[in-house]
Every structure is written in structure tokens, then in C-alpha cells.
Ligand binder design. Structure first.
Ligand code: ATP
Length: 371
């Protein structure tokens, strides 16, 4: 099913603008994740797609028809919420098969479908149990099964995993993607968890105070965020952002001057070969925000002085699979991924001055406008 939102706004009585002129096309079979902090309008947007809420202005169309008429007309749209409601007096099979009763499936056909969905979700062995005899994760799978069993053409999921522990969440998110893709259904999935968004989505839509900030595949919004807000919001660690200006633009390189903020005058030369250098050249003479991720900086030994940024190491943090160095470059706190760098080039221990970092080949983003 295709979902089209055209300049959709929702203003609640009292004047809260929950959704502000959002336009978004979700293609048939696509899984789009709506991501943003609490209160940014994700649920309201989803409820308008479900036809549970009417937009104040703009249009929500499902396969070319107004959302409200489609949602109320049939079985094409299924929703899964965080607060799942299972029937306590029914066992797992009856809970999952419940929607099929109304759809006129006989006992045999119902049993077959329930078994198929339950097996896909890893709860095939629990069909006789009551909800009270299940773990939180198992209950969530049953709720999911009840939505899936109807083979809806559109799934709307609102933080369905937020009550579960980390291990279960990562298991279930893979299963949800698999099942939704197997069915070929379109899916809009709401979350404030960026890992969920980046791992599950075909495209991520990022909202801030009701306004769509960015829309694109996970790698695009992560590496080429459309706004400063997205740059600072996405990724752990977050993208480093430093004020700079573009100095000399020569044949071989572009000079980026990091000034102000107590940095002193530090300049990095970015070889012209880098796409980012060519993008930055367009901003010659302007003050810009330069964003670079922790992994874009390479720690170098204290002896190196050529084309490096000087910072003061505050502390190192080991996460098992990666290590991060926290530096102050002037008054700007910067994080550097020092995983895989040997001891001779690691930033020295806390408090040692003059430790340097060099921008490697994936460093600088095109400057972005704050919206
Ligand atoms: P969360 O992640 O906390 O669920 P959200 O991003 O889903 O947040 P919404 O629930 O869509 O955000 O709410 C967006 C804004 O609209 C909030 O400021 C909220 O207080 C407001 N809001 C939501 N529902 C109503 C309502 N029925 N009446 C008035 N204001 C509302």
C-alpha cells in the first residue's frame, strides 16, 4: 500500500502544533521509521495515517484514497502499540487467531494461519498458554502475531518494543523486519530509539517539534544529515560539530580554519581529492559548522605537528568493541575513536597536553542549515 502525506499539520485544541506541514511518500512494501524525541509528533502522525485522528490541514492518502475511509473500511491496516492488549481469558492461539474469526475463516484455515505466524515469530510452542503464563517478550510477539495474521497491506507500529530488554529488542526487531518483508506489506514504525531506526528502516524520517528534518536511507541520514539538528541527534557518539571557516582554496587542498572558542588558530588542510574538500570550497570566507564523526579523526603521536588538530585529552573510555578518547579542542568537546590504533599513536593519558588528531578520509560534512 502506498501512503502519501501532503502538507499535513495537526494543531490540538489549546494550540499545540503536534505536526507541522509534513510531506512524506511511503512506497508500497517500504519500511519507514519515524524517529524523534518524545513529544515531536510521531504518534500523532501515525494516528492520522491510521485514520484515528484527522489532520487540521493537508491530506493523508492510502493508495489514493483518504486514510480515514480506508482504515475504517477494512482489514488492510493493522496497528501494534506499545501498550499491548491481549485477551487474558484466551490462549495464544485464540489471541492470534481472533481477527480471523471476523474475517470468516473456518477453524482449519484459522489454525493453519495461526501456526504459520506463530512459528515465524518463534512462539509456535506456546499456543496453549494464557498471556499470564508468558514473558513480556513473548506477549509482545503474540500482539505482533495478531496484527500479522491478517496479512494487512499496511502496518503501523508505535514503539512496540520499548518495554522489552535490550537483548529481546534486538532479536525482535530483526524478526519484525523479516516478517514484514516476507509479507510484502508497507510499514510505518515509530520509535525514539535510533538503533532501531538505523537497523530496521529502508528510510528514516526524523522529526523535531512536528517538523520533518530529514528523510533518507539510514546511511544517508547518518553520514550526510540534512540539518544540524539531525547531525547532533543521530549516532552514538554524536557527530562532533566545530565552528570553522574555509580559508585558502588551493589546487591541492582546502584549508579549514578552526578559530574562536579558545582553539587558537588551527588549520587543517583537506586534500582536494576529498569530495568534502570540494563541497567546503563553496563556502570560502564564510563561517560554517563542520561536522565530523569520532571515527573520522585518527589519533597521532605527540611528535607529529603537520596537519593535525591539537586537543587536550580528558579521558579515555573503553566499550569493549571500541575505545573513545574525549578531547577538548579549545572549548569544544570532541570524541575520537581510537579503536585499532596502537599504543604509540594513542592519545596519551588524561591531562597530557598536545595530543593531536588528524582528519582522515571520511571527515567533513557539507555545512548544513539549521532549520
Ligand atoms: P512520545 O514519543 O512521547 O509518544 P510523540 O513524538 O509520539 O511522543 P505525540 O504523542 O505525537 O509525540 O505528541 C506531540 C505533541 O502533541 C506533544 O506536545 C503532545 O503533548 C501533544 N498532544 C498529543 N496528543 C494530544 C491531544 N490529544 N491533545 C492535546 N495535545 C496533544
Amino acid at each position: 500500500m502506498e501512503v502519501l502525506l501532503r502538507d499535513v499539520s495537526k494543531v490540538f485544541p489549546g494550540g499545540t502544533v503536534a505536526v507541522d506541514t509534513v510531506s512524506l511518500d511511503v512506497r508500497p512494501g517500504e519500511l519507514v521509521v519515524l524517529l524523534g524525541p518524545s513529544g515531536c509528533g510521531k504518534t500523532t502522525l501515525l494516528r492520522m495515517v491510521a485514520g484515528l485522528e484527522l489532520p487540521t490541514s493537508g491530506q493523508v492518502m492510502l493508495d489514493g484514497r483518504p486514510a480515514r475511509s480506508v482504515a475504517f473500511a477494512g482489514r488492510d491496516v493493522a496497528m501494534v502499540f506499545q501498550e499491548l492488549a491481549l485477551y487474558r481469558h484466551m490462549n495464544v492461539a485464540e489471541n492470534i487467531g481472533f481477527p480471523l474469526r471476523w474475517a470468516g475463516f473456518d477453524d482449519v484455515a484459522r489454525h493453519e494461519k495461526v501456526l504459520a505466524v506463530a512459528s515465524a515469530l518463534g512462539i509456535g510452542g506456546l499456543l496453549e498458554r494464557r498471556p499470564s503464563q508468558l514473558s513480556g517478550g513473548q506477549r509482545q510477539r503474540v500482539a505482533m502475531g495478531r496484527a500479522l495474521v491478517r496479512n494487512p497491506r499496511l502496518f503501523l507500529m508505535d514503539e512496540p518494543l520499548s518495554d522489552l530488554d535490550a537483548q529481546l529488542r534486538s532479536e525482535l526487531r530483526a524478526e519484525i523486519v523479516e516478517v514484514v518483508k516476507d509479507l510484502g506489506s508497507t510499514c510505518i514504525y515509530v520509535t525514539h530509539d535510533q538503533t532501531e531506526a538505523l537497523t530496521m528502516a529502508d528510510r528514516v524520517a526524523i522529526l523535531k517539534r512536528g517538523v520533518l528534518q530529514d528523510l533518507g536511507p539510514p546511511t544517508q541520514v547518518y553520514t550526510r544529515p540534512a540539518t544540524l539538528y539531525v547531525a547532533a541527534f543521530l549516532g552514538n557518539p554524536r557527530m562532533n560539530l566545530m565552528e570553522a571557516s574555509v580559508g585558502v582554496v588551493l589546487d591541492e587542498y582546502v584549508g579549514i580554519r578552526f578559530g574562536g572558542q579558545g582553539v587558537g588558530e588551527q588549520e587543517l588542510r583537506l586534500p582536494w581529492l576529498h569530495m568534502q574538500a570540494r563541497m567546503l570550497a563553496r563556502y570560502h570566507g564564510e563561517r560554517i559548522a563542520v561536522g565530523f564523526r569520532a571515527e573520522a579523526l585518527t589519533p597521532v603521536g605527540a611528535g607529529e605537528t603537520d596537519n593535525v588538530l591539537h586537543g587536550r585529552v580528558r579521558y579515555l573510555e573503553h566499550h569493549g568493541h571500541e575505545s573513545l578518547a574525549y578531547l577538548d579542542i579549545g572549548s569544544t568537546a570532541v570524541q575520537v575513536d581510537e579503536t585499532g590504533h596502537d599504543r604509540t599513536t594513542r592519545p596519551a593519558r588524561r591531562g597530557v597536553r598536545g595530543i593531536l588528531a588528524r582528519l582522515n578520509s571520511r571527515p567533513v560534512r557539507e555545512p548544513v542549515e539549521e532549520r
